[in-house]
Design a protein around this ligand. Structure first.
Ligand code: PEP
Length: 259
């Protein structure tokens, strides 16, 4: 079945709300000038919490076809959890997506599999879609177990989801060694990993579900390597982009190459 590709910009801890506003305007102008067809590729932004409201206001006011989401979420809905932000709060801000299990969150915060499962549940319950990030470290790749590792991470998180929940997931295959390093996976290995993940989804849920799940590649994607990754990647439905999403021109180019 035809899946609409998506290009998601993970801004990480960059841009204050004024810079975010400027970025969105510039991206929207650039895409408009290029006659960008949003039916062929969804473009979504993941600002830090502090800029989500500014991005929302601008997108709503100008009726832009961009979507947006958050980079993290609490597993609880409200209460005495200083510094946390709940899924309901994000949904009320119009977020469509939430990144879950990004390797930087797994590394710098106590986010283990059980916590990631709870985040996925919270995001789904609030009516948004989780983008589950998985991918091997350099060591697992060296041992040649990268596919088992990435598929295992997916398996650990999705095992108790219903079909309806599973088909609303997006999965980002992001080898940890490729994130922010300039070392991109070869198109063949990115495709292989995406195919292995899709095949696992097929085994658990059947093709009706696995055909619907969008699988993204992430890790040093830029305007120079996006075309090759998309061409090789029959199972790759777009990209999760970090560094290159901070430049509106380059991010727009990646979106055009993905559409
Ligand atoms: C990311 O952090 O999700 C990412 C893919 O970063 P980069 O594109 O900078 O490698």
């Amino acid at each position: 079945m035809a899946r609409t590709p998506v290009v998601a910009g993970n801004w990480k801890m960059n841009f204050d709300h004024l810079e975010a506003t400027y970025f969105v305007q510039k991206l929207a102008w650039t895409l408009r000038d290029a006659n960008f067809d949003f039916k062929r590729c969804e473009v979504t932004l993941m600002p830090p919490f502090t800029s989500i409201r500014s991005v929302q206001v601008l997108i709503d006011a100008d009726r832009l076809k961009l979507t947006y989401g958050a980079q993290a979420v609490s597993v609880t809905n409200q209460g005495a959890f200083t510094g946390d932000v709940s899924a309901d709060m994000l949904a009320r801000l119009g977020c469509s997506y939430v990144l879950v299990g990004h390797s930087e969150r797994r590394k710098y915060h106590p986010e283990d599999d059980a916590n990631i499962v709870d985040q996925v549940r919270a995001v789904l319950a609030a009516g948004m879609r989780p983008i589950l990030c998985v991918g091997e470290s350099f060591e697992e790749r060296r041992q040649g177990i990268e596919l088992e590792f990435a598929v295992g991470q997916v398996q650990d998180v999705i095992r108790d989801l219903s079909d309806k929940e599973a088909e609303r997931m997006l999965i980002a295959y992001e080898p940890v060694w490729a994130i922010g390093t300039g070392m991109v996976a070869t198109p063949e290995s990115a495709q292989q990993a995406a195919a292995a993940i899709r095949s696992h989804l097929g085994e658990v849920y059947g093709e009706g579900v696995s055909d619907k799940v969008r699988i993204l590649y992430g890790g040093s994607v830029n305007a120079s390597n996006a075309t090759q990754l998309m061409q090789e990647g029959r199972d790759i439905d777009g990209f999760l982009v970090g560094g290159a999403s901070l430049d509106a021109d380059e991010f727009a180019t990646i979106a055009r190459l993905t559409a």
